[in-house]
Design a binder for this molecule. Structure first.
Ligand code: HSE
Length: 435
């Protein structure tokens, strides 16, 4: 066998340790697939004395500073598992490229903010910028878009891209547990980001979506163009209502290329039960690619956790070992098209609207009038349960499903309904997605 491929790993947290686990378990298999031995020769982490399970790091080059690791003459590939869109992760990736090292990163935030610039720098030097682990954990969706689907111009890419949110929504629905309680569990299982606001606020999904959009449509990564809503305001009652109506609630990232422009959004979504996406539960992710020649493709698997994510890093390592160096976003970064937003259009699938309606004559008529004035057509109405006559102000849960509607019209109607005095709390609105 030829000379070993020498890896430098920056960040020995959940994923970094997972990479060490796979190399320890499958060293020979990986070497056979890579065509050469693959060895970790240098590492960098915050705490040198922290125990790393069965892994003995004493013989490895140690760097307190990831930038020093990135520049080390003792590595061929720099693996960035630090996280964050700036600071040490960005400095180290830039240093690695500048000193001629291939880069592997699991850092979706970095790619969403600086992907095109980093890709240009890497490609100018003939280096890889590989990031299979950055989107959907163990699912090889980057490779699918970058290689397997090159014969297609996808029109739509969407799916569940955050394991933590899917875990929370699933457990809330199945076990009737509170948001905060399930979030704690997801953190303990190593699914959540260091700051879980990134997960539950929808930002992690947005970072991943921005990367997929660029790969799928050949446009520059555009994170600011994404409309983002998290799952913090999804109530247990909404999950139950959705279930009774035949839906599940999932946090989706959706990117659509209309030809004239692109739409990217992240939001909780009602999806009819029985579809591959609605039945993807727990920490699993599911990405759907609608290709023009291949048709619909669904990729499902574990979207977070040490070993699934490390499995994706291994795929990037073997590509580099085999000399399979491709443009990071499928086409050379200098050839990525300018991003253009689509014009506003009616949301296909309509909206779920949950109101706590005052139980008094004329309330329903008032709501119907506001919606009618806004040209919002109602598909169905469900009044759930009874108002509690002993409550200080009797209200009744009132659920509306609209037909396809412009989001702006719905927002304006909701603002009117809120002020009108017939509802006891802010209306809760969730998009319904038809696939
Ligand atoms: N926090 C992320 C998730 C980890 O829950 O999906 C994988 O990117």
């Amino acid at each position: 066998m030829t000379n070993a491929l020498r890896l430098g790993i920056a960040g020995l947290g959940t994923v970094g340790t997972g990479v060490l686990d796979i190399l320890a378990a499958h060293g020979d298999l990986v070497a056979a697939r890579a065509g050469k031995p693959v060895t970790v020769t240098a590492v960098s982490a915050r705490n040198k004395s922290k125990p790393r399970g069965k892994h003995d790091l004493s013989g490895l080059e140690w760097h307190d500073d990831p930038v020093a690791l990135a520049k080390s003459a003792g590595i061929d590939v720099f693996i960035e598992l630090i996280g964050g869109d700036s600071g040490p992760a960005k400095d180290a990736v830039e240093a690695a490229i500048a000193s001629g090292k291939h880069v592997i990163t699991a850092n979706k935030a970095l790619l969403a903010h600086h992907g095109a610039t980093l890709a240009r720098a890497a490609e100018a030097k003939g280096l890889a910028l590989n990031f299979e682990a950055a989107v959907a954990g163990g699912i090889p969706v980057i490779k699918a878009l970058r290689e397997g689907l090159v014969g297609n111009a996808p029109k739509r890419v969407f799916g569940i891209m955050n394991g933590t949110c899917n875990y929370i929504l699933t457990k809330m629905g199945m076990e009737g547990r509170s948001f905060a309680d399930v979030l704690k569990e997801a953190q303990a299982l190593g699914y959540a980001e260091a700051d879980p606001t990134f997960d539950v606020g929808g930002f992690d999904t947005a970072h991943k979506l921005a990367v997929l959009t660029s790969l799928a449509f050949g446009t520059e990564v555009n994170l600011p163009a994404i409309k983002i809503e998290g799952i913090e305001n999804v109530a247990l009652a909404d999950i139950r209502n959705a279930a009774e109506l035949g839906y599940k609630i999932k946090l989706l990232g959706v990117a659509v290329n209309y030809g004239s422009g692109i739409e990217q959004r992240v939001h909780p979504t009602l999806i009819q039960r029985g579809s591959p996406v609605s039945e993807t539960d727990d920490v699993f992710n599911a990405i759907v690619v609608k290709g023009d020649f291949v048709g619909d493709l669904v990729l499902e698997g574990r979207g977070a956790g040490a070993h699934p994510t490390a499995s994706a890093v291994l795929s990037d390592i073997v590509d580099i070992a085999r000399g399979n160096i491709r443009p990071a976003f499928g086409v050379p970064a200098t050839a990525l098209k300018k991003y253009k937003d689509s014009s506003p259009r009616a949301h296909e699938g309509g909206f779920y609207v949950a109101l706590e309606l005052a139980d008094k004559p004329g309330a329903v008529a008032a709501i119907a009038t506001i919606l009618g004035d806004a040209k919002i057509s109602i598909e169905s109405i469900v009044q759930r349960g009874k108002a509690d006559p002993t409550a200080e102000r009797a209200t009744a849960p009132f659920i509306l499903i609209t037909h396809d509607t412009l989001e702006e019209s719905l927002k304006q109607a909701m603002a009117k309904i809120e002020k009108d005095g017939h509802v006891a709390s802010k209306p809760r609105v969730i998009r319904i997605e038809r696939f």
